[in-house]
Design a protein around this ligand. Structure first.
Ligand SMILES: *[C@@H]1O[C@H](CO)[C@@H](O)[C@H](O)[C@H]1NC(C)=O
Length: 521
């Protein structure tokens, strides 16, 4: 029954809801009060292990942008990120018990936590940033959060497409792949929230062409290839000498290297280098021995070290030890090389150094160790090394050959480690996939293989006669910054091979400094 009495309830309700709507409106209404030249960079991963995002942050900060990096911690970021106009805001790690749950349970919980954490951080700044740069993948939940926040605060979104999130997810379901319902949802999500942005940056031309065609992306679209930072370059014999003196301890701990490397007398010689000065040199023998850790000024007194002819060829591969890199190919190839080296005199000993951390490391290193022992390998050793970040380019720049086993989930991205290797003027043998030819030009800066047999053959042809290897030298010559290949004018700005800073300034700066038209394409 309706009461005939007057009640204030509807009026109160009306007033309340009007107030609520007003609040919501003022919260969500688009604004234009962002501080110019500011950027928030969102990375749902360990920033120290996301080189491209660190380089982005550095470049924005160098261009006087007030830069906020919102990310997870873990490893130490590169030192150049310590700047007055750059802040790193760490997201809280998801609790441990979450990772113990099965993926289908843990993933949604993790995402919910991330939504909450990223929101808080993005709203923590009093003024909205002019730009929000977000890395994709992961797409869920970042793309939606960034999309929403940008709508609410009037920031412009730049999506940095490293790969396709759903294609990585599809690898978790090998049976159904892209037909798995979860993968379909992920694809819908990525497409919906990734479709329109102020600008899209792509790691390859192939990815740009694919997404523009399939998803009809809106906004400025430019290819920004990975490029090595300036500090990546070829290592001098002096640098190689210092590195191996420093690595003496970790190399001595490897049981498999006993008797494989020539003995040396640090600091006068290492397994790879020697100098004319010897410990019996009266001038040097009076100096106290240097502490083993620090690079000591005494090395400058060690007469110009040179590479010794009896050194093994140094092959470097860096891997994240995940299922999408078949390390077995390299092991097979090394087994074949060992067999060949026993019958051919001209093949050198190989020291294969594998860098990187990851889930399958223990498994593969145990396999290597047992292979080496069972088959009594004499010519090949494969070890995994942990290097300080600053030593990584020194090792690459001092190596003879790089090996890349990257196979992409989408076929549309490129291995950054090869970019690093090329920056250090190190030719590579790389596993063939999708758009590799945007980076590795066969016979010019490296060779491309399809299987272990080919890789073994390529190592033989390139390293036969070591240390005199004309084919390897000609590949390397094409990687020097002054080579004809490097200087010949490329067709498009994105093709130019130059250090990251210069490349970023060429490709990205015009977009963020409002000169948009010049870059449309
Ligand atoms: C490490 O140093 C010792 C001498 O201190 C030397 O005998 C050994 O050969 C060195 N090992 C390597 C791998 O350089």
């Amino acid at each position: 029954m309706l009461s005939p009495d007057f009640t204030p309830a509807p009026f109160v309700l009306l007033a309340l809801s009007t107030w609520l709507v007003w609040c919501l409106w003022s919260f969500f209404r688009p604004r234009d009060q962002h501080s110019l030249r500011s950027v928030a960079i969102v990375v749902l991963g360990d920033i120290g292990r996301s080189p491209r995002m660190m380089y982005h942050a550095e470049s924005f900060a160098q261009h006087d942008f007030y830069t906020d990096v919102i990310c997870y911690g873990g490893s130490r970021p590169i030192p150049s990120l310590t700047r007055a106009n750059l802040d790193i805001r760490y997201l809280p790690e998801p609790p441990r018990w979450l990772t113990a749950l099965p993926f289908l349970l843990s993933a949604p919980c993790k995402v919910a936590l991330q939504v909450f954490a990223v929101f808080l951080k993005l709203f923590a700044t009093p003024n909205p940033p002019e730009f929000i740069l977000v890395q994709n993948p992961p797409s869920i939940p970042t793309l939606a959060i960034v999309w929403l926040v940008a709508h609410m605060r009037g920031s412009k979104v730049i999506i940095d497409w490293h790969n396709l999130g759903y294609s990585i997810l599809a690898m978790r379901f090998p049976k159904q792949g892209e037909r798995h319902p979860l993968v379909r949802v992920a694809k819908w999500f990525e497409r919906t929230f990734g479709r329109s942005a102020y600008a899209h940056l792509f790691v390859t031309r192939a990815m740009r062409d694919h997404l523009v065609k399939e998803w009809d992306l809106q906004g400025v679209k430019v290819v920004l290839h990975d490029r090595p930072p300036k500090r990546f370059h070829r290592t001098t014999p002096q640098g190689i000498h210092e590195l191996f003196i420093k690595l003496n301890e970790s190399l001595s701990r490897e049981p498999s290297l006993k008797g494989f490397l020539t003995t040396s007398e640090p600091p006068y010689s290492s397994a790879f280098t020697a100098s004319n000065a010897s410990p019996s040199d009266p001038h040097l023998s009076n100096t106290p021995p240097p502490p083993s850790s620090a690079i000591n000024p005494i090395y400058s007194e060690v007469d110009a070290p040179f590479l010794r002819d009896d050194r093994p060829a140094l092959v470097v591969s860096s891997t994240s030890w995940t299922a999408d890199e078949d390390f077995g190919i390299l092991l097979d190839a090394l087994t074949k090389y060992e067999a060949r080296a026993r019958t051919t005199r001209k093949l050198p000993k190989l020291l294969v150094v594998v860098t990187g951390k990851g889930p399958l490391r223990e498994h593969y290193m145990a396999t290597v160790a047992s292979l080496q022992k069972k088959q009594k390998w004499q010519h090949v050793r494969c070890i995994s090394l942990w290097l300080e970040p600053a030593d990584y380019p020194v090792l690459l720049g001092g190596a003879d050959l790089g090996v890349c086993l990257h196979a992409s989930s989408s076929g549309l991205d490129l291995p950054m480690k090869v970019v690093d290797m090329f920056g250090c003027e190190l030719p590579v043998c790389a596993l063939r996939f999708g758009c590799l030819d945007e980076l590795v030009k066969e016979g010019v800066n490296g060779l491309v293989f399809d299987d272990a047999d080919q890789l073994a053959e390529q190592m033989e042809t390139l390293l036969g006669g070591f240390p005199q290897c004309p084919r390897l030298d000609s590949l390397r010559a094409n990687l020097t910054p002054t080579s004809d290949v490097a200087r010949s004018p490329p067709h498009a700005p994105e093709e130019v091979w130059e250090p990251w800073d210069d490349h970023w300034a060429r490709v990205v700066r015009p977009i963020i400094l409002r000169d948009v038209r010049a870059n449309e394409g």
